[in-house]
Design a protein. Structure first.
Lengths: 118, 305
């Protein structure tokens, strides 16, 4: 991110350098959106785990190892949810499409890099 | 020539001399009258010439002051010309800079600030915003044109600053040229003052010189009048000398006749005195002197005493 800001304040860059910065930008967006999807998937997975453990604890009276594991899962879910809110599926669908677009864009700029001189 | 003829001749010659002396006296009286005017005219002429000399010296000093100021004015004009040339050169620079600035402004099609702002916005969108590829490509292709325009705008700004700075330089030179012009005007006024004073004095000198020349001419005219008179006096004196020379032999001859008559008279008196002495035995002193003078003329008597 720091490198982008530097480029924002200077005009002494070549087309190739700008193309390289764009490749890095798209990598950054791909990485950022992938992380968000991954964290959403992790939350979803923890929620399913918590529901399953809850079911098992209710069936076994909560005095076995499921109870402790449920507490750990609840704690982990709470930690994760504290800094992250799961949004609607439309949003993640859009993120996936964006990731795809950014990959295409990155590939485009990688191709342009081959054509551009330093 | 007998005594009468001699006497008439001498009297005639003396009359000639006297006539000429009288004429000399009349001429001298006339000359003296002219001489008085000559002296007065000479004094006026000499005083006029002296005044001309003094005033000419004064006018020359004024002219020297005027010339010194005119030389200084010349130097100042040369300084002003150099400044004027410098202003012309700087004005030409401004013209060139304006042409370049205007060309660059036409290339830039925007101000340094507006293009810079647009550049920042575009580069930020390009590098930080999630935008579609087609828009990204458009921005990418446009950003370098924008960079060139921004560079042109910055160069135009530099030329503009140069124009402003040169204008300020010209203003300083204009002020210096104005200062020199004021100095020139002041010196020119002073120079003109000295010039007019000198001209006025030269006018007076001309008048005085004319007057002095007039006096000189009058003096020459007087000399023209007096010189023939002096010549006439000289001629008369020469004539008197000639008459006197002519008179000399006649006078001599006349003196001889008179001397002879005197001797004869004395001899006669001596004879009479001797006779008187023989008869009366007593003679007067005059008789005695007549006897003595008679002996000086005729030699001593043989034994009459």
């Amino acid at each position: 991110m720091g490198e982008f800001l530097i480029l924002c304040h200077t005009m002494d860059f070549t087309p190739r350098e700008l193309a390289e910065a764009l490749v890095e930008k798209h990598d950054r967006f791909v990485s950022e959106y992938s992380d968000e999807i991954e964290r959403m998937q992790q939350v979803v997975m923890l929620k399913e785990k918590r529901d399953q453990l809850l079911h098992w604890v209710e069936e076994n009276g909560g005095k076995d190892s499921y109870g402790r594991e449920l507490e750990d899962t609840e704690r982990e879910l709470k930690q994760l949810s504290g800094s992250f809110t799961v949004k609607g599926q439309g949003h993640y669908k859009q993120l996936r499409e964006s990731i795809e677009e950014h990959r295409k864009s990155r590939d485009y700029w990688l191709d342009r890099l081959g054509e551009l001189k330093t | 020539m007998n005594e009468k003829e001699l006497k008439d001749k001498l009297n005639g010659l003396r009359a000639e001399i006297n006539g000429r002396r009288k004429e000399i006296s009349q001429i001298l009286s006339e000359v003296r009258a002219h001489q008085k005017e000559i002296n007065s005219l000479r004094q006026l002429r000499d005083e006029g010439n002296e005044k001309c000399k003094t005033l000419s010296k004064e006018a020359r000093q004024l002219r020297e002051k005027r010339d010194a100021l005119n030389r200084r004015i010349g130097e100042l004009k040369e300084e002003r010309r150099k400044i004027s040339d410098k202003i012309k050169s700087l004005s030409s620079d401004i013209k060139d800079s304006k042409v370049k600035r205007d060309e660059l402004n036409r290339s830039a099609r925007g101000t340094d600030e507006s293009l810079s702002s647009r550049y920042q916005r575009d580069i930020d969108a390009l590098l930080n915003k999630d935008i579609p590829l087609d828009k990204e490509v458009k921005l990418f292709d446009g950003i370098f044109t924008l960079m060139q325009r921004l560079e042109a705008a910055k160069e135009a700004t530099e030329f503009h600053k140069k124009v402003i700075s040169t204008y300020e330089g010209i203003k300083g030179l204009d002020d210096a040229a104005d200062g020199i012009s004021n100095e020139i005007r002041s010196f020119a006024d002073e120079s003109e003052k000295y010039h007019l004073q000198a001209v006025e004095i030269y006018g007076r000198v001309d008048e005085l010189r004319k007057e002095a020349d007039e006096h000189h001419r009058s003096l020459l005219e007087k000399y023209e009048l007096v010189n023939p008179l002096r010549d006439r006096i000289t001629a008369l004196r020469g004539e008197i000398e000639k008459v006197q020379e002519e008179m000399a032999p006649y006078a001599e001859e006349m003196d001889k006749i008179r001397a002879k008559r005197e001797e004869e008279k004395k001899a006669k008196l001596a004879v009479e005195a001797k006779e008187k002495l023989k008869t009366s035995k007593r003679i007067t002193f005059e008789d005695f002197r007549a006897i003595i003078e008679g002996e000086e003329i005729n030699g001593p008597a043989e034994s009459s005493a």
